[in-house]
Design a protein around this ligand. Structure first.
Ligand code: WT7
Length: 649
């Protein structure tokens, strides 16, 4: 047991300390301080965590500050899949489990050793090649959490194709936007998926999308649910049929460290999702070293990250981080509450999971169902816990520590983003006394800084905007097709500093506390949703004149979506209309963006320049009174405020 000390902190046990990668404060500060004195030298040293065909970079790091373009290890040659599979097969892990697939039904299990996974990946690489996919081509992936998903990604990386995964929970329009932007030749999808015991259609959505003019010439379809689907002759092929005839050997392509590895689209402050572009060498060095530094994985352990591979967490910490280090990673198809509320714990007990990494929204949901669901299971195999995606508050942290961790497991509250590719801030759980709700320390090589609006640095205890000084290897290089947007979004607020979009403060011990987004991005159950995307979906309804979307606090999901809508002349408020609007958002953006509330309004608060003041709407939705709204003098029509407050749902 590691009881809380007199300062309310949780020291690691001696046993855990010994086993951790970074074992003491002194060790952390020695590594960290040196890394910040000379980050390039630090990162060059870290390149040893992967195998290179050649390390012939002229300069390890280049940075054109005017263009906001930077490179890491350019000229170095390597292959991501070679590092995740071949080298382990050569080095004695051929028969070690790489991926344990646990399906939604308990008896639906597949274990892939490193040797078997390589075999599948080589074959699928050849399938992709046979469909004309070459180095640099994009492949769109719209798959549920089935083994074919990681096999597809590793096959792309093997032949130098750039994968772009679209989360399986997105609806047609969201998929369409993400697919057309990157002009893929091939799309890999499935006949459907399972969720909570139900079959969900996927291929129908793909057919809908491909009715429009796109670059896709081949769709490879995985048979998962056996649902009746429409296959289009000449375009659609079955995964299993192609695999049956694929040649067995496929050599890994020699890639430059700066060659793109994948695109991943994420919501921003405008309606158009941004395709963040990650590279091969820098990304893998970041994924591999951060996984090692944060999770303290030991050979033989089972590591489980409950995320979906459709998000960056799944890319880096189900797939690339663990596999690059030769770990055994558990991949789970299901949900926390099916068939019953103890599904996570049943799976953790069954596989004797050592490391468990999940999101605060899942923890809050599980906590609500009662401790009994957890305590009935033997979770003594778990040695450490992780949290990611949103701030975890101290109460929930303590509950997680006590009930899931049995009071003995440290928690790594890991902060990072789709853009950063890998964890940047996390407690070094073997070195420091943990502070509930603090993400604590920057990883070596990462230099965060917090500035006030006037760009002066915050003192200890003051809150401001979080930036990262200087690019680091796993940071996205650009936004696909829109470098200007990349510059404007991340590098303009404070030239030479990466703007995270998060608020934060640092305390007198140098520990970081993350405070949530400071822009118009809403985090529903840890999923990033752009207010603008939801507004665009609402406005596409014939009755809607204008829409403004803001977050309100939600007990389980962290934030929920509150929408203000004004109607066009001739339309009237009704329950049916509100339902239509909610469905509209579900169908266009996806069920994860389902609005909690629709408030029909006569007008929205606007500045003289016509900008909707979301800051005010956020407060109104949250239940603030008029005198708590702050300055409203810049509004064209301040009278609108009273009406909005009265109409609050
Ligand atoms: C945003 C990034 C990268 C993980 C999955 C989400 C929030 C992430 C934490 C944390 C507080 C967190 C931030 C960030 N966030 N981790 N430990 N504590 N907030 O990736 O969709 O790119 O979202 O998630 O607001 O900016 P993402």
């Amino acid at each position: 047991m590691t009881p809380e000390n007199s300062k309310g902190q949780y020291p690691p046990s001696d046993e855990y300390r010994k086993y951790a990668f970074i074992k003491s404060e002194e060790e952390y500060y020695r590594i960290y301080d040196e890394s910040i004195k000379d980050p390039v030298a630090y990162w060059v040293k870290q390149t040893d965590c992967i195998d290179w065909f050649s390390k012939d970079w002229k300069e390890a790091f280049t940075w054109d500050k005017k263009e906001n373009k930077f490179t890491w290890f350019k000229g170095g040659k390597m292959n991501v899949t070679y590092n995740c599979l071949d080298r382990h097969v050569k080095n004695g892990l051929k028969n070690t489990a790489a991926i344990i697939f646990q399906g939604e039904e308990d008896d639906d299990v597949k274990v892939y050793t490193y040797g078997q996974l390589l075999h599948e990946v080589e074959k699928f690489s050849n399938v992709l090649k046979s469909k004309g996919v070459k180095k640099g081509d994009r492949v769109a992936v719209y798959l549920p959490m089935v083994p074919e998903l990681p096999i597809t990604l590793l096959a792309c990386a093997r032949i130098g194709a750039v994968h772009s995964v679209v989360f399986a929970g997105f609806s047609s329009d969201s998929v369409y936007n993400r697919v057309v932007d990157c002009t893929p030749k091939v799309m890999v999808t499935s006949d459907g998926s399972y969720r909570g015991g139900k079959k969900i259609d996927m291929k129908g959505k793909v057919n809908e999308i491909l009715e429009k003019d796109t670059s896709v010439t081949t769709v490879v379809v995985v048979k998962r649910t056996g649902s009746d689907i429409v296959m289009e002759e000449g375009r659609d092929v079955w995964w299993h049929e192609e695999m049956a005839k694929a040649p067995i050997r496929c050599e890994p392509e020699v890639m430059d460290a700066e060659d793109p590895l994948f695109l991943l689209y994420t919501s921003g402050t405008t309606g158009k999702p941004k395709g963040l572009m990650h590279t091969s060498g820098g990304y893998l060095v970041g994924a591999c070293t951060s996984f090692r530094n944060v999770f303290n994985y030991a050979p033989g352990q089972v590591y489980w990250c409950t995320a979906d591979i459709g998000w960056i967490t799944g890319h880096t910490y189900i797939l690339y981080g663990p596999l690059s280090l030769g770990a055994t990673t558990l991949m789970f198809e299901g949900v926390p509450n099916y068939p019953e509320n103890d599904r996570f714990w049943q799976v953790a007990e069954k596989w004797k999971v050592d490391i468990f990494y999940t999101a605060p929204t899942a923890i809050r949901m599980i906590r609500k169902t009662g401790d009994e669901w957890i305590t009935r299971h033997d979770l003594s195999s778990i040695k450490m816990l992780g949290s990611v995606g949103e701030p975890i508050d101290a109460d929930v942290w303590k509950w997680y520590h006590k009930t899931v961790g049995g009071g003995r497991c440290p928690i790594a509250d890991t902060w990072w983003q789709t853009e950063t590719g890998s964890i940047l801030i996390s407690p070094m759980t073997g070195a420091f006394n943990l502070k509930p709700a603090s993400a604590m320390k920057p990883l070596p090589g990462i230099e965060p800084v917090i500035y006030k609006e006037d760009k002066t640095e915050c003192a200890a205890g003051e809150s401001g905007n979080l930036y990262i000084k200087k690019p680091f290897p796993s940071l996205a290089r650009t936004i696909w097709n829109d470098h200007e947007k990349f510059v404007e979004t991340y590098w303009t607020a404070f030239p030479g500093h990466y703007l995270t979009g998060d608020g934060a403060r640092v305390d007198e011990d140098g520990d970081y506390w993350l405070l949530g987004r400071v822009d118009d991005v809403i985090s529903v159950a840890g999923h990033r949703i752009g207010a603008a995307e939801v507004e665009a979906a609402l406005i596409s309804h014939p009755a809607v004149a204008e829409a403004a979307v803001v977050p309100i606090p939600d007990e389980i999901k962290g934030e929920a979506i509150y929408t203000f809508v004004t109607l066009k002349d001739g339309f009237e408020e009704s329950e049916d209309l509100k339902k239509q609007l909610i469905d509209q958002v579900r169908n266009i953006v996806g069920p994860i963006a389902t609005p909690k509330t629709v408030q029909i309004a006569n007008g929205l608060p606007k500045t003289r320049s016509g900008k909707i003041m979301r800051r005010l709407l956020r407060k109104i939705a949250g239940g603030s009174k008029k005198d708590e709204l702050g300055d409203t003098t810049t509004l064209i029509d301040p009278g609108v405020i009273d009406v909005l407050i009265k109409g609050r749902v």
